[in-house]
Design a protein around this ligand. Sequence first.
Ligand SMILES: [Cu+2]
Length: 292
Amino acid sequence: MMQTKNWHTRLGLALAALAVSAASWAEAPHRWQLNLGKGVTQTSQSAYDLHMIAFLICCAIGAIVFGMMFYAMWKFRKSKGAVAAKWSHNTAVEVVLTVVPTLILIAMAWPATKVMLNSADTANSELTIKVTGYQWKWRYEYVGTDINFMSSLKRDSDEARRIGSGVDPYSVDNYLLDVDRPLVIPADTKVRFVITAEDVIHAWWVPALGWKQDAIPGIINDSWTRVSKPGIYRGQCAELCGKDHGFMPIVVEVKPKAEFDQWLVAQQANSLPTSNIAAAGASAPAAASNLN
Ligand SMILES: [Cu+2]
C-alpha cells in the first residue's frame, strides 16, 4: 500500500516538475534546447511561427530533392545496364526550376514582411523607455518621469568572473545574467523603447521579447514590446563592444499593471535626490567615461 502511494506521489511530482519545466521552456533557454524559443510576446511568437514555416518548407524541399536523387541513383544504376541520356538543356524544366523557387520565396517573404512591419510599428505605445548602452552597463530612463538609473552586472557575478577570485561561478545564481537594478515594465502594455549608446555600438537583446536592436551613438533606434506574462526575462549585449562585452547583461522584470504603478510611484517618490545626481552626471560628458 505504502509502495503504491509512493509511486503515485512520485509520478505526481515528476509530472508537476515536467509541467513547470515545460512552462519555463517558453522563455529561458535550457540545456540541449534544439529549437528556437517561443518567447513571451506576439513578436516572438510570430518570429517562431515564421521560423517553423521556413523550416518545414526546407524539410519538404530536402525530402523531395534527396528522394528523387536517391531514387534515380538506385533505379538507373550501372549494374542494371543504365545508359546516360545524351540531351542537355530542357526549356520546360528550366522554366519550372526557376518559377517554382520564385513562388516559394514570395510565399515566404509575404508573411515575413507583415511581421517585420508590425514589429517596427511603435505607434500607440503607452510608455516610452530610453535605453542607453555604455561600456559596460545600461541606462534606463522612463521618459516623462524622473526615473533614470544604471543597470550593471550584479556584484556576485562580477566577483566570480575575476581570475583568482576563488568564487565558483557555478555557485552564483544566474551567473553573468543578473544585474543590480533590473528594468521594470508593466504587463499587457505597449512599451516603446528608444535605444542609443554613449560610447561605442552595443545591442539590446532579450530573446524572450523576440527582437534585438542596435544601440548606436548619435542614432536613436526604436522598437516595442507587449508582454502578457509577468516574469523575469534575461538578455545580453549582442554587439561586441569592448573587453567587458560579456559582462553587461539585461534583466527585464515584467510586473502586473497595478504592481507596476505602485513601483512607479515608489520610485518617483525616492528618485528626486538621486535623479538630480544622475542628471548632473549625464550632463557632463566626462562623467560617463569616468564611470568606466
Ligand atoms: Cu555592449
